[in-house]
Design a protein around this ligand. Structure first.
Ligand code: PNS
Length: 163
């Protein structure tokens, strides 16, 4: 069965990579869908987020990465995928994901499997990583080295422009 791991991945963290690797162990094929949530301001453009997820999942042979432009259920149908995999950290994640799971089930007949985040990453979020990075803090505990480097390049660019 083909599964989709959707998200913004801005930036991809060890928590995302843990869920993707576990999904790759459960399903024959995993497609990571790098989407855009219109309510969010992004640190990285879609192409940059796709490239970073690709680079950090390249050791997983049954994982591919693609940008998500429209509806997730259309993306899933185009790829013959019947299931979405979502990582769940807190009750608030569950409440939101339950609502999305119902929508995606009704609109696209796509099922959702929720994986509990591994305890070590259970409170990690891209939002926190962006917050620490925006003040020049060290995020290397939370993201792979290549991502930390990309964040440093991006935030140094800001400091040069603003300072
Ligand atoms: O990591 P995020 O920001 O929670 O990811 C959200 C994302 C991109 C997966 C979500 O916004 C999404 O699925 N967007 C595609 C549009 C869609 O199908 N929305 C679900 C029905 S409301």
């Amino acid at each position: 069965m083909i599964a989709i791991c959707p998200g913004s991945f801005d930036p991809v963290t060890h928590g995302h990579l843990d869920v993707i690797a576990r999904a790759a162990g459960l399903f024959e094929e995993v497609v990571v869908a790098v989407g855009r949530n219109s309510a969010k301001n992004y640190l990285f453009e879609t192409g940059e987020r796709v490239a970073l997820v690709r680079e950090t999942t390249s050791h997983l042979p049954n994982v591919t990465v693609a940008p998500l432009d429209g509806l997730l259920v259309d993306f899933a149908r185009e790829r013959g995928a019947g299931v979405l995999v979502k990582g769940i950290r807190f009750a608030s994640d569950f409440d939101f994901e339950l609502q999305m799971a119902h929508i995606n089930q009704v609109v696209g007949s796509v099922e959702t499997v929720m994986l509990p985040a591994s305890s070590v990453w259970s409170t990690l979020s891209s939002t926190m990583v962006r917050e620490v990075a925006s003040f020049g803090g060290d995020v290397s505990a939370f993201v792979p080295e290549v991502v930390a480097l990309a964040i440093r390049r991006r935030t140094e660019g800001w400091e040069q422009r603003n300072g």
